[in-house]
Design a protein around this ligand. Sequence first.
Ligand SMILES: *Cc1c(COP(=O)(O)O)cnc(C)c1O
Length: 384
Amino acid sequence: MIHTSHIELSESAVKNNIDFIHNQLDKNVTFSSVVKGNAYGHSIEYYCPLAYKYGIRHFSVFSAEEAFKVKKALPTNDYTLLIMGYIENEEINWAIENGIHFYVFERDRLDATVEMAKKTGTKANIHIELETGMNRTGFQLEIIDSILANVEKNIKYLNIEGICTHLAGAEDLSNYHRITAQTKLFEATQNRIKKISWMQPKWHIASSSATLRYPNTQLDIARIGILQYGFFPTKEVFAHYLEKNKKNKNSLQRIITWKTRVMDIKTVKKGAYVGYGTSFLTNRVTKIAMLPIGYSSGYSRSLSNKGTVLIKGKRLNVIGNINMSMMVVDITNIEGVEKGEEVVLIGNQKDTEITVSSFSDFNQQINYELLTRLPQEIPKIITK
Ligand SMILES: *Cc1c(COP(=O)(O)O)cnc(C)c1O
């Protein structure tokens, strides 16, 4: 079957972004490529082998299900795979047998891990997550001594690979005090725990924003998501980067290009409503093109009467409401558009570009959300 749209992934952009990130990291910091959310919509299956090709040997995912996909995408065993979020107790033995690292942030998972490691006769590779103020997952610091006592007692079954936390929004300066408090608390705990000789964990805390804004948080591992796909987490982080590095242009490159085709064309008369309801009334004889893309394809309904697409290198307006599987664009101003004509939804055509952030600005989505809402089944191809 031919899908109604496809995504092109630029291999040179992947390389560019990975090189850029390596340049931002101190020499001894491991770059963990965060590929949760199906590699932020880029697909684990395609993105991971590319990242591997350009030197990545550490991947982080949210769930065991995603870890399974990474393993499938990368047939070798010379990389580390880390589950940062969800793993069922029943999946723990699969993780242990496959040498997969995973976060432990609650007693039940710790107990299940010890039990599974005993059964399989293999040590579990765990990262102990600390609660430092995000108030999401992580052991409360008040109980950390009793947790560590439990860990020490079972050290035959556990490799303490990491101790980590997550910052509550390093991308916004408005969170400065909260982030600083978290970092300080983490450091204090680190100084205290470092004296314990029976473990030599890697310490990690930074994601994309903290890596750039607070380089002292890079520690042993930086868990980087959005930057590798060619986006700064927010405009603020981008502005900060430009200023700090005395740069005037973006060093990252968008990997993704999203394309579809014109499925039908017609001319409607002046004074006619287009599509459902009355949200768009023609004020002239209007030539329209129908595209087989709708909100079920990942094109947000809030772009009704607002979105733009590229045809023949020209920026054209979406008119009327975005339907579930279709949308309409006004092609009155360009000549020679035919059924089957290439349409760019995100990306470049000739000298014009539709950026992901142009979408996000319109509909208050963040880059992250738009990308991960692209349906997994959209076919991907790798381009130069
Ligand atoms: C998603 C995630 C990251 C990566 O965040 P980016 O802002 O995309 O770099 C890092 N750590 C954890 C725990 C995450 O969930």
